[in-house]
Design a protein around this ligand. Sequence first.
Ligand SMILES: [Zn+2]
Length: 338
Amino acid sequence: MNFKKEYEKLASIAADEILSAKGREKLEEIKIKFLGRKGQLSLLMKNLGSLEAEERPIWGGKLNSLKKKLTQALEEKVKELLDESKKYEAIDYTLPTGDISLPGRNPVLSVLEDVSEIFTEMGFGIAYGPEIETDYTNFTALNFMDDHPARDMHDTFYLRDSDMLLRTHTSPVQIRIMQNYPPPYKFIAPGKCYRRDTIDASHLPVFHQVEGLMVDKDVNFSHLKGILDEFARRFFKEKIQTRFRPSFFPFTEPSAEMDIACTICEGKGCPSCGGNGWLEILGAGMVDPEVFRHCGVDSNIWQGFAFGMGVERMAMIKYGIDDLRLFFQNDLRFLEQF
Ligand SMILES: [Zn+2]
């Protein structure tokens, strides 16, 4: 054997193996391999005789100090592993538990349930539709012109090589119901929607909406106002002030946006409401005859209104939350408050 080479090899790998050993068993193996009676160090000791006489004491001394060094490293490692295992032993699994705090409901879910409950109490049914829609049901049937900015690739997730897309609003549920069932209609449609937005405090690529549709032979704009006013009173508080502003949506005519008096400053003006005292909560309007035509509903006999609200927005207003992302981070410190 080449004594010096073997020595170098042992000196370079033994200490590393000891330091990186995981667990007592592995360490014991290493101990036998290097320091045991038939281990590599003993083998070298026995081979001291193969060296020149004047070299033997030098290499003997080197082997002894290597043995000392490795023994010390082993002892330190044993102690380290012991300390580590004590950490776990310190947990007494038989002790009774302390207070367990369970998170409340996610505010988004609470709002979805509250809104559904309020409208079902007012006689509305609940309808659901698919999250993958066609360009026709998501846009065309809802009277979005071909060049409408909402159809832009930047806003919509299209499925590759098809006219299918992830619905950008819950309004296509109106189309599906009207195409498949005869009037009258009175339902809401809660669900997820998707838009290509960059994530920040007020934008997420996935969000929830609740759509509503009421169609009958003599439904007019005052029904729209009455029902949405009643909804706001039940959802926020009995004496909430509301107002309707003219607006535009492709699928309703006339269209309106509904505001409530700011829940923080009660209409006086504060940073939350941009200083004007009002918060926009939903969009609504009388169903455009063009939409009825796409669904085969005779607009000379039937008329009605539709509305849509953003669930996350309602939750932010109701619970005073200023960052949308909090709803989906599953942070217990946030969820425990509800
Ligand atoms: Zn305010």
